[in-house]
Ligand binder design. Structure first.
Ligand SMILES: [Mn+2]
Length: 192
């Protein structure tokens, strides 16, 4: 089987991001200047079963926005390349993840289009990671990876809500990117 890997290096005046993904490996190492983002990316790697090496640096003294956004851009681009022509992938994936009083519901379609829809109310901040940047991460990742992501979260504890969201997305991704047949899962014969 063709190797499903990619690496992206992206440097701007605001950030420097290196992302390597290997859909058929499981090892990961994540470094970012935003501890909660690191925690979420490790959660994503662990539960998606996707091998990831992510090294992010950025101007977090201004706001964590640039670093979160650019990490999502690089990860999205890497996933697009690693997924390739989408031959044999399951394409759709979903998960419901309860985490104590919170619950996240996710459904994804590796469609090549990249629309993000969020249902719920999420606000607040954990250290230097704001809920608005949690949403911005998924919106950006969706656009750059061409994966439609539906995410619904309810709960009270912000840490649980965001972590359940990342876990539900990770499990959905593991299902959707798994090789389950030998064809293209579309009546068009093409997924784009
Ligand atoms: Mn946690």
């Amino acid at each position: 089987m063709k190797q499903r890997k990619a690496s992206i290096e992206r440097e701007t005046k605001e950030t420097r991001i290196i992302v390597e993904v290997d859909l058929d490996s499981e090892s990961y190492s994540i470094t970012t200047p935003i501890p909660f983002l690191t925690h979420m990316l490790e959660t994503l790697a662990k539960h998606s079963g996707i091998g990831m090496r992510i090294s992010a640096e950025g101007d977090v003294e201004i706001d964590e926005h640039h670093t979160v956004e650019d990490t999502a851009i690089a990860l999205g681009k890497a996933l697009t390349i690693a997924v390739g022509d989408k031959k044999g992938i399951e394409r759709f994936g979903d998960a419901v993840v309860p985490m104590d009083e919170s619950v996240a519901i996710c459904g994804i379609d590796v469609s090549g289009r990249g629309v993000f829809r969020f249902d719920g109310e999420i606000e607040g901040e954990i250290r230097n990671f704001k809920a608005e940047n949690f949403l911005h991460f998924f919106e950006t990742l969706s656009r750059e990876s061409g994966i439609n992501i539906y995410l619904s979260i309810s709960g009270k504890n912000l840490h649980h809500m965001m972590e359940a969201g990342f876990k539900a997305f990770a499990i959905s991704l593991r299902k959707a990117l798994s090789i389950t047949h030998s064809d293209i899962r579309s009546t068009k014969g093409l997924i784009e």
